[in-house]
Each structure stands twice: as structure tokens, then as C-alpha cells.
Design a protein around this ligand. Structure first.
Ligand code: AMP
Ligand code: MG
Length: 370
């Protein structure tokens, strides 16, 4: 069974997608088949396999940050593996609220209103960015929804649908203003739990970009769940082609369309199809409206953001999903970001800066002008 790609964004052309590789190589040599089999086996058992190809690139697929990741690097031996290792590393050391001893877990456990915790400078500076986004989005992006997300438990096989009163009570212990930054220190109101799940994958892409610059790589594409970094120019001179997942996929089309990207860029998608449960005909998904604690219900089913920074594309995709189309526009302006919105009526709205780069391929959607 090879149909195991994440249901988010995929780089259609450039990724070491197992599925495509298989089709391309079916008629080729036994050696190639063996290589593909190894990749699949290694993916299944969670180990890494690096392989080089004729284009002087190295590719790896693996899981990191709780999601499927793939890294392809042109013109820099060993960097693909280093990036994959880094993704696990920053999750373990800094970002995960689940992993005891990480910066975020440490803040959640030990910081209070009077006793701050001093995390690494690295984590502190991302927290500064994240709080700016929380402020600019009027709290639609809220990094303190940890306990609410945990109650919903949508990442598990056993989600829970909370009552209104349970959520009302929990919301007393959320709100981005309950995080206060001092000189390198983080203060946190009692009961508040930070969750950087909405920006972590994008942060992974930003760190990958730094490593690619340091290694002087020619080009790369890095995919961490719903966030993708394209880096540099592909050796064949063609632009990167990034698929936008079909949020409903009723017609068997994996992508609703694609983006043609030239050079270095960050692209993230948030959608109501990633983690959800349907109960009595209602879809409960993982992107929460911080005002209610219930899944955001803004008329959108997916938002893709294109901008210069990974943390920002990731954070904005979540924020815009909560805000809805109209209210997202000023926020996109503030951060000079572009977007593809998909509404529940299967209408696709593309902001001006992306119109030349976007191609709709699934005819069950309609591109509209607003
Ligand atoms: P993403 O898939 O990037 O949109 O991130 C969704 C994840 O971020 C969820 O699984 C939660 O952990 C967390 N989250 C949910 N709602 C919000 C929100 N409104 N603001 C910030 N983080 C959120
Ligand atoms: Mg996000």
C-alpha cells in the first residue's frame, strides 16, 4: 500500500513522492525497483533512507514533528539528512508541549505570573513573532489554546466533543495576553498552556532555509506536513510546482490546483480536512475559534498562504482560517502575504499577487473574483 502521503500540500513535481516514483520506475530496472521498495519499507518502519539521483540531488522522507516530511536538496551532500535531523531536534528541544524538558513544556510547567522561565533565545524570539501575530490578528491566532485542543483530542482515535459550559470554563485560562515577555523571560498566567502547533512546521521550514544557506546548497524543497519551503532555482530552470490539496476529494482528485513558484518561498495550508471527526453530520476539526473554543466556522474549508517566512505562512494560514475571507484581507496586507481561499461552497478566491501563479485543475471547484 503506497497511498500514504499526507493529505496536505504536496510538491507535485519535485518531491520524492513514493506514489509517483513507483509509476515512473515501474518499467525501469530491477535496481530502481529495489531502491523504491527500500524507501517504502524504511518509511513504514520510520527509518531514514537517503538516495542520490542523476540530478545531483538527495532526498529523504520520514516522519518528524508528528507529520510526514520530505526533503530534497540539490548540490549539497548530506544537507537533506541534516535538515531531517534538525526537524526532530527542534521539536524535542524547543517546540513540543508534549516532550518533557522542551522549552515550551518547561514554560508550561514552571512559568507563572510572578516567576518567569528563561527559555533559549531561539524559542524566545519565535515567541515574540508569535505574539505579534496574535495581536495583529486580534487573537484569531492564539498560541494559548493548548488545553482546549487537548480536550478535543482530535489527534487521537478517540476525540471528545466538549459541552459549551466546559469550553466556557476552559476559555478563562486561554488568551495570548496571558503570556508576558520580559527580558528574555516568559511569564504565564496560572493554568495557561502554550501550544505552538499552528506554527511549528513553518518554523521547521525557516530553520531548513538557514541550513541551506549555510551549506550553500543550489536548490531545495522541504515539506513538513502542511508547510513547504522552496529554495533557490531548480537546476532545470523550471519553477517549482506546488499542489494545493483538494479539501473534499469526493471526486478522487488529490489536488484542486497548483501554484507555480519561482525561487525561495514559504507556502502553508490549513484546512478542516486534516484532523476532524464527523458526528451527527457536523464536522468538528482542529482549527479552533479562540472566542468559542469550537472549530472555526468562517465559511472556509482551506486557506493557503504564500509569503517569505515559514512561521508566518503557517501562522497566517491558521489565523485566516479563523477570520474568514473578508477579515483576513487587512491581515494579509499587514504581513504582505498572498492567499488562496477555498469556501464551503467550493469557490476559490485568489489574492492579486498569486493570480498569475495559480492554476485551478479540479472542475468541481469554481474560481471567483471578489
Ligand atoms: P494548522 O494546521 O497549522 O492550522 O494548526 C492547527 C493546530 O494549531 C491545532 O492542531 C492546534 O494545536 C493549534 N490551534 C488550533 N486553533 C488555533 C488558533 N486559533 N490559533 C493558534 N493555534 C491553534
Ligand atoms: Mg498553521
Amino acid at each position: 500500500h503506497i497511498d500514504s502521503q499526507p493529505a496536505f500540500l504536496q510538491n507535485i513535481e519535485e518531491q520524492p513522492m513514493r506514489e509517483r516514483k513507483i509509476f515512473m520506475n515501474r518499467k525501469k530496472s530491477f535496481a530502481n525497483l529495489l531502491k523504491i521498495t527500500c524507501v517504502m519499507v524504511c518509511s513504514c518502519i520510520g527509518t531514514q533512507l537517503v538516495w542520490a539521483d542523476k540530478t545531483n540531488s538527495e532526498s529523504i522522507t520520514d516522519t518528524a514533528m508528528g507529520t510526514d516530511c520530505s526533503v530534497r536538496v540539490f548540490g549539497s551532500d548530506g544537507t537533506a539528512k541534516d535538515i531531517m535531523d534538525m526537524l526532530s531536534d527542534i521539536e524535542n528541544k524547543y517546540l513540543s508541549w508534549r516532550i518533557e524538558g522542551s522549552d515550551i513544556a518547561n514554560i508550561n510547567e514552571n512559568a507563572s505570573e510572578s516567576e518567569p522561565v528563561m527559555p533559549s533565545k531561539w524559542t524566545y524570539s519565535y515567541l515574540e513573532n508569535v505574539l505579534d501575530l496574535a495581536r495583529e490578528s486580534s487573537g484569531a491566532f492564539d498560541p494559548t489554546l493548548g488545553r482546549v485542543s487537548q480536550l478535543w483530542n482530535l489527534e487521537s482515535d478517540n476525540p471528545y466533543i466538549p459541552s459549551k459550559s466546559e469550553l466556557t470554563e476552559l476559555l478563562l485560562e486561554t488568551g495570548w495576553e496571558k503570556i508576558n515577555l520580559g527580558e528574555g523571560e516568559v511569564f504565564l498566567k496560572d493554568g495557561v498552556q502554550i501550544d505552538l502547533g499552528a506554527v511549528g512546521k513553518g518554523i521547521g521550514c525557516d530553520e531548513a532555509q538557514k541550513m541551506l544557506e549555510e551549506a550553500d546548497a543550489d536548490a531545495a524543497v522541504v515539506s513538513v506536513g502542511g508547510s513547504i519551503l522552496t529554495y533557490g532555482k531548480k537546476p532545470d530552470g523550471k519553477p517549482w510546482k506546488i499542489g494545493i490539496a483538494n479539501p473534499r476529494n469526493e471526486d478522487g482528485e488529490s489536488y484542486l490546483g497548483s501554484l507555480t513558484i519561482d525561487g525561495t518561498c514559504s507556502i502553508s495550508t490549513s484546512g478542516d480536512y486534516e484532523k476532524y471527526v464527523i458526528e451527527d453530520g457536523v464536522r468538528y476539526h482542529h482549527i479552533l475559534d479562540p472566542k468559542t473554543g469550537y472549530p472555526a466556522d468562517s465559511g472556509l474549508i482551506s486557506v493557503t498562504i504564500v509569503c517569505d517566512d515559514g512561521w508566518l505562512s503557517d501562522g497566517l494560514s491558521t489565523a485566516c482560517f479563523v477570520l474568514g475571507y473578508e477579515d483576513s484581507l487587512p491581515l494579509l496586507e499587514t504581513y504582505q502575504a498572498e492567499a488562496v481561499f477555498v469556501t464551503e461552497d467550493k469557490e476559490v478566491i485568489v489574492t492579486d499577487g498569486l493570480k498569475d501563479m495559480f492554476t485551478l485543475t479540479d472542475s468541481s471547484y469554481e474560481q471567483v473574483e471578489e
